[in-house]
Design a protein around this ligand. Sequence first.
Ligand SMILES: Nc1nc2c(ncn2[C@@H]2O[C@H](COP(=O)(O)OP(=O)(O)OP(=O)(O)O)[C@@H](O)[C@H]2O)c(=O)[nH]1
Ligand SMILES: [Mg+2]
Length: 400
Amino acid sequence: MIPRRLVATARRILLFALAFLAGFLFEHTRNRSSTTPSVILHPQPQEQAQLHPVVTNTIIPDISSVIPLPLPTTTETTTNTAQNDTGNMGPRANAAFVVLLQNKDLHDMRKTMRNLESVFNQKHGYPYVFLNNVPFTEHFKTHIRAMTTSPVKFGLIPKEHWSYPSFINKTQAALNREDMENRNVPYGESESYRHMCRYMSGFIFRHDLVQEYDYYWRVEPGVSFSCDLLDVDPFMIMKTKKYKYGFTIALPEFVDTIPTLWENVKRFRKLHPQHIAKRNSLEWISYDKGDTYNNCHFWSNFEIVDTSFFRSKAYLDFFQFLDDTGGFFYERWGDAPIHSIAAALMLDRREIHFFNEVGYRHGMYEHCPESPELQLKCACDPKDNVDWVQFSCLRRFLET
Ligand SMILES: Nc1nc2c(ncn2[C@@H]2O[C@H](COP(=O)(O)OP(=O)(O)OP(=O)(O)O)[C@@H](O)[C@H]2O)c(=O)[nH]1
Ligand SMILES: [Mg+2]
C-alpha cells in the first residue's frame, strides 16, 4: 500500500518536470529560428535545398525539429568553385595541366612541377594529367605524386591514336625520313616525333582523362615559368573572356618540315568555306591574302586551349582532311603549325589571346614580359626574348 502523501508528491514532481520541459522546448525553438533569420527570409535556391525545415509558429513543437542537429555543410555543387588541398577557396575553371612525356623525363618534369607549383599552382590546385604511349613505371608515378598536393592522373594512350593509318606507305615514309635526316631537318629522322606531332594535333583532347576538362594547359618536362602567377589564373582568364586559344611565344616554322602543308590548307579552305571564321587572322599567317604561308605559328609546347575548339566539327574536319594526305608521316608536320593555322582561320580574332604576363622558357627560347610593372613580378631578362624570331610573328599578331 503506497501512502497517499507519497503519491501526491510524486504527481507534483512529475507536473513540475513536464512544465520545465515544455518551457525549455519553447525557448530552444525560439533561439534556433532567431539565429538564422536571413536563411528563413532569403534562402538562395541551393541553400534552400540543403537546409533542414525550420518550425516558426508552432507553440508545442514536434520534438524531432528541436533536437540540435548539425548545421548543414556546404557541399560542392559546381565544378567551378572548390576548396582545394591547399585551402584556396575561389572560382576555378574545369581545367587541367596536360603533359605528354616518357618515363625518362621524370627529373625534368619534377623540376618543372616544383617551379609551376611555386609560381602558380600551390594556390590554385589544378589537377595534372600525364599521358604516355607506354605505361608509366611505379617509380615515375610515386615521384611525380610527391611534387604536388593536387590530383594527379596517369593515362596510357590507346594504340589506335599512336600508330600509322592503314593507307600510309611505310617504305616511302622511311625513305622520306632518311632524306630529311640527310638535309639536317630537325627531328627529320624521327618516327616517334611524327607520332607525337600527330597525336598532339588530333588526339590528345580525345583521351578519356582529358575528355572531362573544358580547358587544358599544355606543359612539357623541362620548361620553366618566371613570373608570379599566384594572383592570376590563366584558365579563368580564358573562361571569363571567352578565349579559345592562348599562347606566349610565336615564331616561324622550319619550312622543310611542311613543304605541302599550305597547299592542302588552301584546298581545305575551298572545300569547307563554312568552317572559316568571318573575322579570322589570315592576315597574320599570310603576307599575300592567303596565297602563301609566312610560317608564323604559336609555339604550342605552351598553349592553353578551350577544348571545345578542338572538338568542334570545324577542327575535326580540318585534322581529318590533313591526316588523310599523310603529311604527318611523309613530311614532318608539327602540331604547332596545325593548331596555329586552325586557330587563325577558324576562330574569331578576339578568341586568340597572347598571355604576356606568363614568363615562359622552353630550351633556348623565352618569353619575358618587358613592362616595368610585370618585371616586378618576374625573374627573367627581357633581353633573352629573341627579337628576330619572336617579334616578327608576335608583333604581326598584335598589329593585325
Ligand atoms: N610519351 C611520349 N612522349 C613524347 C615522345 N616524343 C616526345 N614526347 C613528348 O612530347 C613533347 C614534345 O616533344 P619534344 O621532344 O620536347 O619536342 P619539341 O618541343 O618540338 O622539341 P625540343 O626543342 O627538343 O623540346 C614533350 O613533352 C615530350 O616529352 C614519345 O615518343 N613518347
Ligand atoms: Mg620540347
